[in-house]
Design a protein around this ligand. Sequence first.
Ligand code: IPD
Length: 250
Amino acid sequence: AEIDAQKCFDVALDLVKQAGKVVREAIKKKKNIETKSSAVDLVTESDKAVEKMLISGLSEAFPDHKFIGEESVSAGEKCILTDEPTWIIDPIDGTMNFVHSFPYTCISVGLWVKKEALVGVVYNPVLEQMFTAIKGQGSFLNGEKLSVSGEKELGQALVFSEIGTSLDPEKVNTVLTNITNLMPKVHGLRGVGSAALGISSVAAGWGDVFYHFGLCAWDMAAGTLILTEAGGYVCDTEGWCPDERPMGWG
Ligand code: IPD
C-alpha cells in the first residue's frame, strides 16, 4: 500500500509529545539504572517505558509496520532493516545526560521505507525543542524552517562529536587521537551527549559538522533526515551517502 507520510508524521508527533511528558517528569526524579554494553552504557526504566509506549501506539496505527528499537534490540530482538516501512526508535537518546538531569536528552523516531528516511522526529522535551522532517518538505524546529550554516572552512567550523560508550582502551584511544588531531584544525569542538541532538544542531546551523564512530541506527535514523532536509550532507567514513552505498545500509 502507498505510504501516507503526513499521516505517519502526525501519529508519530502525537505519540512523541505524549512520551515527552514522561521524560520531562522522570528527569526530575531518582532514576532506576541498569548497564548494557559497558559500565557507562545505561538504560533506565524510562527508556523502556517510552519505547513500549511508542511501539504500542505506532503498531496500533500501522499494524503491518516493522520496528527497530534500541531497548528491544538490547533485550535480544534482531536489528534488521528491510524495504518494509520500519520505525527506528531511540526512546531516550542521551541516557547518561538524562540520568544526571542534564537537559540535553531527546526522543528520536525515524520512519524508513525502502531503506530511505521518510519521517524524522527528534524531541527534547526538557528544553521544548521539537525537530521534525518529512522527506522533500524541509525540516523544522518548533515549526520554524531550518537550514544548515553553509560553512565550508574547517577552520571556521564548530564540530560536534561524541565520546561514545565504549571503554575498550583501543577505542578510547582512537576517540582521543581524533580529538587531538582535529583540535588545531577546527574553530571549536563540542559534544552534547546525544547524537540525535548533535546532528539536529548541525541542521539548525548551531554548528557545522557532526561526526561519530560507532553510531547506532536509532541514534541517526531521524536526525539524518532532519539534517539532509535542512540542506546538510550525510555520509559514512568512506564517503558514501546512505542511498548511494553499493551494499546499502541494511
Ligand atoms: C548514546 C548517545 C551518545 C552516543 C552513544 C549513544 P543512548 O545513545 O547518542 O551521544 O555517543 O554512542 O549510544 O544510549 O543514550 O540512547
